[in-house]
Write a protein that binds this ligand. Sequence first.
Ligand code: IMP
Length: 190
Amino acid sequence: MKLVFATNNINKLKEVNEIAKNSGVEFILPPDGFNPEENGQTFEENSYIKAYEAAKLSGQTALADDSGLCVDSLNGAPGLYSARYAPTQQQRIERLLKELSGKDNRNAKFVCCMTLVTPDGETLFQTTGICNGHITDKPDGVNGFGYDPVFIPDNYNITIARMDDSTKNSISHRGNALRQVLEFLSTTNL
Ligand code: IMP
């Protein structure tokens, strides 16, 4: 089954297809013109907004995620604004490390909310995946994307950017959320 995944981020699309590779579900990009206004106040609201926009555009049920990094000692920042914390990803990491300098508590979590929405706006399924860990003092590794070079998951001693894809996907917020979506899809006729 092909299912629209509401993103323009090719890295995310690759990641979800890798996680779903033995499930019988293949994710595809939404049609051209997908440009939702992410003006929700929560990961749940934003993932709904994206999924509904993609479902309307494609005329088919669509899945969206909304994700971000929440840092305890920054009161959950950058959170919803993870993608907009600074103009470039390198600057976003620099800002994060600067805000955390001198702070002992570097605990953080990646959060990913996924929502499956029909073209008429009905939510069929919604779930949230979490990956707990902490922020390093400096970036390390080249794999993955976003804040992966500065995030070490609990029970590991390397950043996600040093992990291979299958290790990341087995513990990531997105992997945890998507496995729940795939389980739902395996019991439902879309
Ligand atoms: P979204 O596309 O609105 O969900 O934006 C999420 C932002 O959070 C991304 O641009 C990244 O900065 C960050 N982020 C989300 N998931 C990950 C991940 O798996 N690794 C690193 N950064 C992530």
